[in-house]
Design a protein around this ligand. Structure first.
Ligand code: ADP
Length: 490
């Protein structure tokens, strides 16, 4: 084993999940082990974890974390193993024994700045208690973004030879730039960070404090989940007011595309499909399509071009473009099946459209992995017109299932789909159809382009095979992270 990585996060599969970050933190440590790195995970212990079928061992009890001169918090340290990776849990019931991770449906928990500054400080305490000296502490999103700030504070306050973490470097990964942890400046007092940190070169952010800004400024390297998104977030359009701060760290900012787990997502072994298929024999895909047409449309010939959409129904995902263009899409002769949950506004709009286009538009407002698998396997095209897309998983799964992505040219979609502008692109392995401008007319044009290739079965088969032969497994992402860690080894 080369290095020890301490991966820190508020979510990790299989223990707690609200979004894609949990999948990354759940999969990357095992993938790192496979490329010769050691990795442990540190996360909070939530009420919602209790009952999950794991063997949680209590390692230490009643440990204390002094937050400032007067406040101290306590925690117990637990351990469990999943997928050959050791997970350490910081158990503080005052902060984490609740029904939700970040807040109830009414809104965020008001003490989130306390909860997550405690979590950040407890990470460092736990590593010392465990006598682990990681080469890298890898932080994910704002909830543990104060770790590098505390390390900076330690460096400034202690003599270097006494610094337990003097050989440790930090990596901060941005999964969701929309959640930055912006709070009133008074929270710094509880955090034990002097007003020195309330500075333009510190956590100060338009009169508030911004935890994520701390992670960006004080970590040795910053990553996000695709190279294009890494560039985009340095612009005002995508930067969520942190574009300047991110730009100031440009040479330390890198994008590494997430992987997917092919042991779960593979049409050859997927138990949810009526017939399995693979790149050498695609006939099962036609069975899946016929099944989908029969069950969700009650009609349709196998020649009918069929579009699938699986998405959160939110502005980010470009659902407004889809709703706006339904008539034009149907006019082109497509059938379309949509699966998603989210904003009521979009649910209503899509349901209205479904009534109008009965028999050729199927709208399913639910969260169902079962239906998702029917769609990934049974459709011809997968539509993903995101306004912004840090990485995106849907297009990676659809490529594996031979369902050709039609997507907006942004973020991870830019990096993982190679565009077909002409036949020669198919020779060089291109996999999908992209459009740049965020506009429904451009999206419909891309669909038309896809349709013209679809009509030529020979070319279409080659496009499908180009997609199915792509490798977006975790192995190559883990290699990229390993290279990054190695560049930081002290
Ligand atoms: P995001 O994390 O921004 O929602 P991604 O494309 O990265 O978008 O990942 C979304 C994942 O969630 C995909 O694997 C997709 O299949 C799945 N998904 C989204 N909505 C649904 C749904 N309603 N039912 C089943 N799976 C869904």
């Amino acid at each position: 084993m080369d290095m020890l990585i301490a991966m820190c996060s508020t979510e990790a599969v299989p223990f707690a999940k609200t979004g894609g970050m949990a999948d990354v933190v759940g999969a990357l440590p095992a993938a790192l082990k496979k490329v010769g790195q050691d990795c442990v995970v540190l996360m909070p212990f939530y009420r919602t974890i209790i009952g999950k079928d794991y063997d949680f061992k209590l390692i230490k009890k009643g440990l204390n974390v002094p937050m400032n001169d007067t406040d101290e918090e306590f925690y117990d340290l637990l351990e469990a193993e999943s997928g050959k990776v050791t997970f350490y849990f910081i158990k503080n019931d005052k902060f984490f024994d609740r029904n939700y991770i970040y807040g109830s449906p009414k809104g965020d928990y008001r003490d989130n700045p306390k909860r997550f500054s405690f979590f950040s400080k407890a990470i460092l305490s736990a590593l010392e208690e465990l006598e682990l000296k990681p080469d890298i502490i890898h932080l994910n999103d704002y909830h543990c973004a104060l770790v590098p700030v505390y390390l900076d504070q330690i460096k400034k306050e202690r003599r270097p030879e006494k610094d337990y973490f003097k050989n440790t470097s930090t990596v901060f990964t941005i999964h969701n730039l929309a959640y930055q942890g912006v709070f009133d400046p008074q929270v710094l007092e509880y955090c034990g960070l002097g007003t020195g940190y309330l500075d333009i070169n510190g956590l100060e952010f338009y009169g508030k404090v911004n935890f994520m800004k701390g992670g960006i400024l004080f970590s040795d390297k910053i990553t996000t989940v695709s190279p294009t998104y890494a560039r985009e977030i340095m612009t005002p359009e995508y930067g969520e007011r942190l574009e300047g701060v991110l730009g100031s760290r440009k040479k330390d900012l890198e994008g590494i595309v997430n992987g997917i787990d092919y042991s779960i997502w593979d049409p050859e072994s997927d138990q949810g499909l009526c017939t399995n298929y693979n790149i050498r024999n695609l006939s099962g895909k036609m069975d899946c399509k016929e099944n989908l047409l029969k069950n969700y449309f009650g009609r349709g010939k196998k020649e009918t071009p069929l579009i699938g959409v699986i998405s959160r129904l939110s502005m980010q995902k470009g659902v407004d473009l889809i709703a706006e263009a339904v008539d034009r899409i149907m006019d082109l002769g497509f059938f379309m099946i949509i699966l998603g949950t989210g904003d009521e506004k979009y649910q209503k709009l899509l349901k209205q459209q479904q009534r109008k286009h009965k028999g050729s538009l199927s709208v399913n407002i639910t969260y169902s992995e079962k239906i998702a698998r029917f769609i990934y396997s049974g459709c011809d095209m997968f539509l993903m017109p995101s306004k912004y897309e840090p990485c995106g998983l849907g297009q990676l799964i659809s490529l594996k299932y031979g369902t050709v992505p039609v997507a907006r040219d942004t973020g991870g979609l830019s990096d993982t789909i190679s565009n077909i502008g002409g036949e020669k692109d198919i020779d060089s392995g291109a996999t999908g159809f992209k459009f740049r401008e965020y506009d429904s007319a451009r999206m419909v044009e891309a669909l038309k382009r896809a349709l013209s290739y679809y009509r030529n079965g020979r070319l279409w088969n080659r496009i499908i095979k180009n997609g199915m032969s792509c490798d977006f497994s975790w192995k190559s992402s883990a290699e990229s992270y390993k290279k990054l860690y190695l560049s930081l080894k002290k």
